[in-house]
Design a protein around this ligand. Structure first.
Ligand code: FES
Ligand code: FES
Length: 169
């Protein structure tokens, strides 16, 4: 007798996606095994290293801790969703130019955390970059080149549009 798993639907990198999977299967495994998006990496498998970071409804999550059931109806972005029209995302370009990646295991998660940080705080200080990437561990780079990559990214990020303030006189 074959098991028929429920169909779980969500938006993945801007496109509608449906997958049949055990509801408690980790989102990380569904992405890698069922959807063949192997950019998202597994490091610890315990929510400690951030290698498996993806964005879900605009929040950074560790996909090793998310049962795919929780992704129902969500908007999910993985590292594969960063580049567009064959052009690297500015974060990817900055990591490339500044040597922010070595073995690459932490890099997809770092990129997602960097994009998340810069969206919320386009011009962070080094301390704010450290804090923004605190959930992501790297065993190779010693972190400085990653922080420099995010700093380089921030210099290429336009100022957020200023709200016009009208003072009543
Ligand atoms: S693999 Fe998910 S946090 Fe380490
Ligand atoms: S580049 Fe190897 S773990 Fe970060």
């Amino acid at each position: 007798m074959s098991t028929s798993w429920p169909t779980i639907r969500f938006i993945l990198n801007g496109k509608a996606c449906a997958v049949q999977a055990p509801p408690m299967k980790r989102l990380l495994d569904v992405l890698r095994e069922d959807l063949h998006l192997t950019g998202t990496k597994e490091g610890c498998g315990e929510g400690e290293c951030g290698s498996c970071s993806v964005r879900m409804n605009g929040e950074l999550v560790n996909s090793c801790l998310v049962p795919v059931l929780q992704a129902e109806g969500a908007d999910i972005q993985t590292v594969e969703g960063l580049a567009s029209n064959g052009k690297l995302h500015p974060a990817q370009q900055a990591f490339l130019e500044c040597g922010g990646a070595q073995c690459g295991i932490c890099t997809p998660g770092m990129l997602m955390a960097a994009v998340q940080l810069i969206e919320r705080n386009p011009h962070p200080s080094i301390a704010e970059i450290r804090e923004g990437l605190a959930g992501n561990l790297c065993r190779c780079t010693g972190f400085m080149r990653i922080f420099e990559s995010v700093l380089a990214l921030s210099t290429r990020t336009p100022e957020p549009s200023q709200e016009k303030v009208h003072h009543a006189r």
